[in-house]
Design a binder for this molecule. Structure first.
Ligand SMILES: *[C@@H]1O[C@H](CO)[C@@H](O)[C@H](O)[C@H]1NC(C)=O
Ligand SMILES: *[C@@H]1O[C@H](CO)[C@@H](O)[C@H](O)[C@H]1NC(C)=O
Ligand SMILES: *[C@@H]1O[C@H](CO)[C@@H](O)[C@H](O)[C@H]1NC(C)=O
Length: 389
């Protein structure tokens, strides 16, 4: 029993040794990929060239494949392209160029990929398909292709609007994809200094410490990785602020003939957008200028005149100015953060103001200050004068 076991053991070892000898002998003649395949780095639109050099190719074939997300995709077998090859003119996306060095028994299969897209980034595998060997026995080597591309702003992680309470600390973020990883810089669109006092900030996240009204405005981030074009994105920053009111002129004159209008202007800044109204004090009572026959309040477009960020221009039109209209008017602005107001005085003048002055005879201005009378009134006046004399 022991003898039989000893014999089979010895013969088993012998068989294994024979097999090893056979394998080592045969492998010496088997084709193999010479050296590692160099990785390649190319820009979008460019061309990549990956070289797979095989020694002792013989009658075997060489396959290029791509390790895709959905598994391996065979690109080529020898020079034959196996995938849909999009052509532009005479230039296809994929080509395999075969070069043979007969003296050294080496064959190079250069995989050429034209008009690169970011998706072409990945691992490319060169495999020797040895006839008569099972595919599990095939040897392969791979190389990484990196396609560089210009930055693209990542909308999900980039702020477009940021609302900050005055005095609070906050930050705004700009994120961009791109290869190589883009550098991100922040500036203010209007050229003002950043909250940290510098003109430019490098980094994804711009801190806004102890927020102030003057930090309100448009911030621009630029993502650059040396591949044109750089990408940019704008962030509108609003700092919550009680209204601040300023006036263009703190007094306005008009001629009191009951036919001319007067315009009072005020400029309001605040966030959230303040509610603005005009009015005046009659004794202790504040009277809002709501009478539509007498007053009209309008808000002008933001880009009208030289307005600072977030300012709104409001105008109170007082129709048919008469003696009783001369007083102080208040422009009042209110929002959730508070209230602001400024005074504009309407005073009586002999100089007509505004575009409707044609209704006053220039001859009579200043001196008699008689408005032009209607023919009926003139006739009446003539009649009265004649009758009285
Ligand atoms: C492959 O070979 C070609 C031609 O010899 C060469 O231009 C190219 O740079 C090589 N590719 C790599 C990734 O080294
Ligand atoms: C904001 O940051 C400053 C400086 O880093 C700090 O002193 C202050 O306490 C912070 N304020 C708030 C409201 O967190
Ligand atoms: C990012 O900025 C640094 C410093 O200026 C520079 O050395 C680097 O090349 C830039 N990186 C890219 C991808 O442009």
């Amino acid at each position: 029993m022991a003898g039989t076991l000893g014999l089979s053991c010895t013969s088993g070892i012998f068989v294994v040794a024979l097999l090893q000898l056979y394998v080592s002998l045969v492998s010496g003649q088997k084709p193999e990929i010479v050296n590692n395949i160099y990785p390649d780095v190319q820009r979008v639109g460019g061309t990549a060239r990956l070289n797979c050099t095989v020694a002792r190719l013989g009658q075997n074939s060489v396959q290029w494949s791509f390790k895709g997300k959905q598994g391996d995709e065979v690109i080529s077998i020898n020079e034959r392209i196996q995938v849909i090859n999009i052509r532009k003119g005479s230039i296809p996306n994929y080509e395999v160029i075969r070069k043979t060095d007969s003296s050294a028994d080496r064959t190079t299969f250069m995989l050429v990929i034209n008009r690169l897209l970011p998706d072409f980034t990945g691992e490319y595998v060169c495999t020797i398909m040895v006839t008569n060997d099972q595919f599990t026995m095939w040897t392969s080597k791979s190389a990484f292709l990196q396609v560089q591309y210009a930055p693209v702003i990542h909308p999900g992680s980039t702020d477009t609007v940021k609302q900050i309470h005055r005095g609070h600390n906050a930050s705004i973020t700009c994120d961009a994809m791109g290869v190589p990883t883009p550098n991100i810089t922040w500036v203010r669109s209007d050229g003002k200094l950043l909250p940290n006092g510098n003109a430019i900030y490098r980094g994804r996240t711009l801190p806004i410490k102890v927020a102030d009204v003057k930090f309100s405005g448009v911030y621009r981030c630029v993502a650059d990785n040396q591949i044109k074009p750089p990408a940019e994105s704008l962030t509108q920053v609003y700092v919550y602020q009680a209204p601040v009111v300023r006036v263009v002129q703190d007094s306005v004159g008009q001629y009191a003939n009951g036919m001319l209008d007067a315009k009072l202007d005020c400029i309001v800044q605040g966030y959230p957008q303040p509610t603005v109204y005009w009015g005046y004090y009659k004794g202790d009572t504040f009277v809002k200028a709501l009478d539509q026959d007498k007053y009209e309040t309008t808000k002008q477009a933001t880009d009208y005149q030289n307005l600072y960020n977030g300012e709104q221009w409001y105008t109170l039109l007082i129709r048919f100015v008469q003696a009783g209209d001369f007083r102080d008017y208040l422009c009042v602005a209110e929002n959730s953060e508070g209230r602001g107001q400024r005074k504009v005085t309407l005073f009586s003048t002999y100089d007509c103001q505004g575009p409707l002055c044609y209704s006053i005879d220039p001859e009579n201005r200043g001196g008699g200050a008689l408005p032009r009378l209607s023919p009926v009134l003139l006739a009446l006046w003539l009649l009265t004068t004649l009758c009285l004399s």
